[in-house]
Design a protein around this ligand. Structure first.
Ligand code: CUA
Length: 358
């Protein structure tokens, strides 16, 4: 363990650099539930089985490459110092001319080959262990579909459809209660990439292909993920939250998700409901148990249970929701939902209806 600890110490500087790169814009959002927020997606603080496996081999790779860096830099400094210009007499004579050295050439060929071989073995072993991991009985199954620029979430065994937020149960680190989540990844349009740094490595979502990954978080809380493959204008605002809960809280969430929202019986929300179903909203959005069956946009059945709007672009508050209904292009320029040119009264009533979807 001391070995890993000393490597971890050496990698602190590198961590800072990667840490800065990995700050996810989702941190702007404000949680309404989900417990501990983990706003910085730091892959050096893995909290899930596959992420820990990647972390271990990443440390070894960093240690080896740091060693190479130190040796090469030291040799370079030594040569620059030893063969520096020592005086005017240096300009008058030619340095010794050496043509080839079998020993040196062998050394700089064989040593890098051996190092590369070790790196290949270490990384392919980790990749193999993650890809071929056997899921225990009762693993949660999720289908995640990437869209420009949001995530469609399906729980096929539970009959739940949602968007941009993934609720999963926590597992224990030891051999105790284990309930990993198997995730099938698909795309509806272009190539996206699933990446929740603290939970698992990146896996692409490719059109007409089924990829798979899995996560097994050891700590409850809200984890930030994002799309890691440039997929168009709003690639940076294609954010994903993974909410890891105690098994009993997860079951509570599941039963809540299975209860369709109650249709408002009167007032502004009921007017909004009529407006919603009279407009083209229903062509793109789905609300379970109603005539809205669209599949191009996010499922709105349990909209108000989510933390953000527009796949993480803003916290889901009544004001932001109203602003979105007014003109989504203001909050998320280029998103595929157009400005519907609604009258003020329609904006108010449709917002009031959406607020009942919980
Ligand atoms: Cu989806 Cu980048």
């Amino acid at each position: 363990m001391n070995f890993w600890r000393s490597i971890r110490g050496c990698c602190r500087g590198l961590q800072v650099a990667v840490f800065c790169l990995a700050i996810v814009p989702a941190a702007r959002g404000v949680a309404t539930d989900g417990g501990t927020m983990r706003p910085v997606a730091d892959m050096f603080q893995p909290l899930s089985r596959p992420a820990e496996m990647i972390h271990e081999s990443a440390l070894l790779v960093l240690a080896i490459t740091a060693g190479i860096f130190v040796v090469v830099t030291a040799m370079l400094i030594f040569v620059v110092w030893k063969f520096r210009r020592k005086g005017d007499e240096d300009d008058l004579k030619e340095p010794p001319q050496i043509y080839g050295s079998t020993h040196i050439e062998l050394a700089w060929t064989v040593i890098p080959i051996l190092i590369t071989f070790v790196l290949i073995l270490v990384t392919s072993r980790t990749i193999g262990e993650i890809q071929n991991a056997r899921m225990p009985e009762g693993a949660l199954k999720v289908r995640l579909v990437g869209h420009q620029w949001w995530w469609e979430v399906h729980y096929p065994d539970l009959g739940i459809i949602s968007a941009n937020e993934l609720h999963v149960p926590v597992s224990s680190r030891g051999s105790g209660k284990r309930r990993p989540t198997e995730i099938v990844l698909e795309s509806a349009d272009v190539i996206h990439s699933f990446w929740v740094p603290q939970l698992a490595g990146k896996t692409d979502l490719v059109p007409n292909k089924r990829n798979e990954t899995w996560i097994e978080p050891f700590a409850t809380g809200t984890y930030f993920g994002n799309c890691a493959e440039y997929c168009g204008t709003q690639h940076a605002n294609m954010l994903l939250r993974v909410i890891v809960e105690e098994p009993e809280d997860f079951e509570k969430w599941v039963s809540g998700m299975k209860r369709p929202p109650v249709a408002p019986s009167g007032g502004l929300a009921a007017q909004g409901r009529t407006a919603f179903y009279g407009k083209s909203c229903v062509n793109c959005h789905r609300v379970d148990g109603t005539a809205a069956k669209g599949v191009f946009g996010p499922d709105l059945t349990k909209l108000m249970t989510r933390q953000t709007i527009g796949a993480g672009v803003a916290p889901l508050t009544p004001e932001n929701l109203r602003a979105w209904v007014r003109d989504p292009q203001n909050l998320k320029t280029g998103c595929l939902m157009p400005d519907m040119k609604l009258a003020d009264s329609e904006v108010d009533s449709i917002t009031a209806y959406l607020l009942t979807l919980q």
